[in-house]
Design a protein around this ligand. Structure first.
Ligand code: HEC
Length: 153
């Protein structure tokens, strides 16, 4: 091995060692950066925002049950429940549902009495799914029935 050969090898070893050190520094820097808030998947608020954004819009006939107004304190808001759980059919007449405000469609039904209407709304009746297909408690369903009846006479 000549003197030139060994100095070339020394130089190469030095260059490779320098590259390895440089690589390690890059890896450490990359790790350090990704531990910051730039890592989207680790940021629970961003994650939550994404989940909200991609959540299904219409919850009505999905079979997925979301408790509605169950935890809310104070009197149940029949109008809010109607809008959230009943409007899809009773606001549009979908599936042959009697529409809100259509006194002709409601008068005979109202004639059955509130107990029967509540019972049909809670247990289901022909095309009417039990509790509007939602996870509502009895009081919420009754409040929505009352709201519809009061506004359909
Ligand atoms: C998927 C559509 C749909 C949704 C959602 C829905 N309904 Fe109905 N509902 C119907 C249909 C259809 C009828 C008519 C059934 C029949 O008489 O053939 C009906 C009838 C009724 C009646 C009259 C029952 C009777 O004895 O004549 C009441 C009261 C009622 N719904 C309450 C509700 C309430 C309260 C909600 C919300 C919590 C709701 N509905 C959500 C479709 C729906």
């Amino acid at each position: 091995m000549s003197h030139t050969d060994s100095s070339i090898i020394k130089n190469m070893v030095f260059i490779i060692a320098a590259l390895v050190v440089f690589m390690i520094i890059i890896i450490i820097a990359a790790n350090w950066l990704s531990n910051g808030s730039t890592n989207v998947a680790d940021d629970s608020m961003v994650q939550e925002a994404i989940e909200n954004r991609i959540a299904p819009i219409g919850q009505v006939n999905t079979g997925a049950v979301a408790p509605v107004a169950a935890a809310a304190a104070g009197p149940v808001d029949g109008k809010a429940i109607y809008q959230q759980a009943c409007f899809a059919c009773h606001g549009t007449g979908a599936a042959g549902a009697p529409k809100l405000g259509d006194s002709g469609a409601w008068s005979a039904r109202i004639g059955q009495g509130m107990d029967t209407l509540n019972d049909h709304a809670i247990k289901g009746f022909k095309g009417m799914p039990a509790r509007g297909g939602q996870n509502l408690d009895d009081d919420s369903v009754k409040a929505a029935v009352k709201y519809m009846v009061d506004n359909s006479k």
